[in-house]
Design a protein around this ligand. Structure first.
Ligand code: AMP
Ligand code: ZN
Ligand code: FE
Ligand code: FE
Length: 288
């Protein structure tokens, strides 16, 4: 079985529509694909319908923007109830922050001599409810300021870069609680990618397992080199965490990471689905 548990559609900052993404998964011979758009569930219905039609199992998911001591952490949630009131409210707040930071980023870019208008960015966003930096990058490409998304991040948009503006994200511990309260399974995406090891050291991951019931960590991911993957795999084993793998596919904006370029084992998927089924039975409210 070929299983890819982390992908993005045009409902956030990927480029394939949800149904197209599932079609591509089918064409590439994948058996299971999770759609995990940033901070929105809007693509899940279309992806599920196409999966049904093509015989691809579509795992419903989300990639939730979280924060831990001022640094960004991405949390994958599998199977949470999209209508859970507190989770839905928090997602609205995060999406509001995404839109709210846009004028700040554009002002910084203008100061740096990179003229891009809000209308040009919104044209790239289309009808996605989740405005992301990759959309800003796409507008910069179209206006001829950079060659590709990576150049836009490296020169301007990366965390701490000259045009970076912070936005609201969910405190990580609260994010895990919200995913669980909504009946989902919580897996930290690319925990040690892009120099993030100091944000999520081993001791903290251990505490998140013991105190918050963190379910898993992504191990096989493009942002982890082989040595990092080996260390994370050993840590997952030691802490009893599910170790997942994925492409973090974003479509043609990042075609060097094709669907299925990293995968998850069928044993890990079986346990994840067992927890999703158990979660559906215990969906509960959490306090703010
Ligand atoms: P945002 O959701 O606006 O915070 O943007 C996050 C997305 O931008 C991530 O999912 C990645 O696809 C991309 N991204 C973030 N940092 C970088 C980076 N340093 N280089 C390339 N892409 C990045
Ligand atoms: Zn993304
Ligand atoms: Fe991510
Ligand atoms: Fe992602």
């Amino acid at each position: 079985m070929r299983i890819d548990l982390h992908t993005h559609s045009s409902v956030s900052d990927g480029t394939d529509a949800p149904a197209e993404l599932v079609q591509r998964a089918a064409a590439l011979g994948l058996d299971v694909v999770a759609l995990t758009d940033h901070d929105t569930f809007d693509g899940l219905a279309a992806a599920a319908a196409e999966g049904e039609r093509l015989g691809v199992r579509v795992v419903p998911g989300i990639e939730l923007s979280c924060t831990r001591q001022g640094s960004s952490v991405h949390l994958l949630g599998y199977g949470p109830d999209p209508d859970h009131p507190e989770l839905a409210a928090e997602l609205r707040r995060v999406r509001g922050g995404r839109m709210g930071r846009l004028s700040g980023v554009l002002a910084k870019l203008a100061e740096l001599g990179v003229g891009v208008t809000e209308a040009e960015v919104l044209e790239q966003v289309g009808d996605s409810p989740s405005v992301g930096r990759p959309h800003i990058a796409d507008a910069m490409i179209k206006a001829g300021h950079v060659q590709d998304r990576q150049e836009a991040f490296d020169r301007f948009l990366a965390d701490g870069g000259p045009a970076h503006v912070a936005r609201y994200a969910v405190p990580l511990e609260r994010g895990i609680d919200l995913v669980h309260a909504a009946g989902g399974v919580a897996v930290i995406a690319h925990p040690w990618g892009r120099g993030r090891e100091h944000v999520l050291p081993e001791a903290l991951l251990g505490a998140l397992v013991r105190q918050y019931g963190l379910d898993g960590i992504e191990v096989d991911h493009q942002d982890h080199d082989e040595e990092t993957r080996d260390r994370l795999r050993a840590l997952a084993e030691q802490l009893g965490l599910l170790a997942t793998g994925s492409s973090d596919y974003h479509g043609t904006g990042k075609l060097d990471h094709e669907l299925g370029c990293n995968t998850t084992s069928s044993e890990v998927l079986a346990e994840l689905e067992r927890r999703m089924a158990a979660g559906r039975a215990i969906r509960a409210p959490v306090s703010p």
